[in-house]
Design a protein around this ligand. Structure first.
Ligand SMILES: [Fe+2]
Ligand SMILES: [Fe+2]
Length: 303
């Protein structure tokens, strides 16, 4: 990449991006009703463009669904919009933990980038609410909190909270998104899930990388803090999966728009706990005991 051009004393970051000219529609707002209306839109689109996967919005097949099916999908995407929006604050809090622990630049850039990604996921989700439900919503306010233990070192706390946010939640998100995408045939839902999936992979990678980094630099206290977080983190995701679902049947048509049954999600999580999460933690030398047993066959079949 050539040096960014200097224009009027400012670095032309668009030239630095080396992304080439925007494609038609690429700098349009995903959910224009959610914008502030202030002169921030150009820079917003430029930031978001960095990770944009084109979504063929006009190809939605939502019109072929029944009212009940559309309602089920609208409510699901409304909940997803709220969760994605809240995740912006989760990574903001995690960034504070990481800076407190003197995390290196690449770890921080990934964490801060994740906030931008979660804003875009919220934008995509509220657009999906409009597609299925016909309503233009904004996500509700919220504020994530992460566990704080003043007796721990900053490194131990940052590692434990990264394990919670990135290794467990984001890794599970990638496994469930892959499975959901495989059954999605609606082109818009498929493209939206693909866009979100490609970011969540990076959010999970941030976690596993920092976990290893922290374990290599920290002492037994870091390992112990990570081990203590494992059951707590697994329970956190399980609570979400066990939660009551929106009213409405998950018909084959609904599945084709990117929705699985709670039973299917339980099976995926149960496998993910055993084969990915616990296997990964133990490979890094974090003792997990028999915590996976709680999410064994009985739990997986309980929906
Ligand atoms: Fe997300
Ligand atoms: Fe994420």
């Amino acid at each position: 990449m050539s040096d960014p051009e200097i224009t009027d004393g400012f670095v032309d970051t668009e030239a630095a991006d080396a992304l080439g000219p925007p494609l038609p529609g690429e700098l349009d707002a995903v959910s224009p009703w959610w914008m502030s209306g202030m002169p921030l839109d150009h820079e917003h689109h430029r930031l978001m463009r960095r990770r944009q996967v084109p979504i063929p919005w006009e190809k939605t097949t939502a019109g072929q669904l029944t009212t009940a099916e559309r309602g089920r999908l609208a409510e699901t995407w409304r909940r997803r919009a709220a969760a994605e929006y809240l995740a912006v604050s989760t990574f903001a809090v995690l960034a504070i933990d990481l800076v407190s622990a003197a995390a290196p630049a690449d770890v921080l850039s990934h964490c801060v980038r994740s906030q931008l990604d979660e804003i875009r996921h919220a934008e995509l989700a509220i657009r999906m609410v409009e597609i299925y439900g016909g309503k233009r919503i904004s996500p509700p306010p919220g504020m994530s909190r992460l566990p704080e233990d003043k007796t721990q070192t900053k490194l131990a706390q940052a590692v434990a909270n990264t394990l919670l946010v990135s290794c467990v939640s984001e890794t599970y998100a990638t496994t469930v998104l892959t499975a959901t995408r495989d059954l999605t045939t609606d082109p818009v839902a498929h493209a939206v899930l693909t866009s979100i999936y490609s970011d969540e992979v990076m959010h999970a990678r941030l976690g596993w990388s920092y976990l290893r980094y922290g374990l290599e630099r920290g002492g037994d206290d870091v390992r112990a803090a990570a081990a203590a977080m494992v059951p707590r983190a697994l329970r956190g995701v399980a609570n979400v999966i066990e939660r009551e679902r929106p009213i409405g049947e998950v018909t084959d048509a609904v599945r084709a728009h990117g929705l699985m049954t709670p039973g299917e999600e339980r099976k995926i999580y149960s496998e993910c706990v055993r084969e990915v999460l616990i296997a990964g933690f133990e490979a890094l030398g974090i003792p997990c005991g028999n915590v996976a047993d709680e999410y064994g066959e009985e739990w997986a079949n309980a929906a």
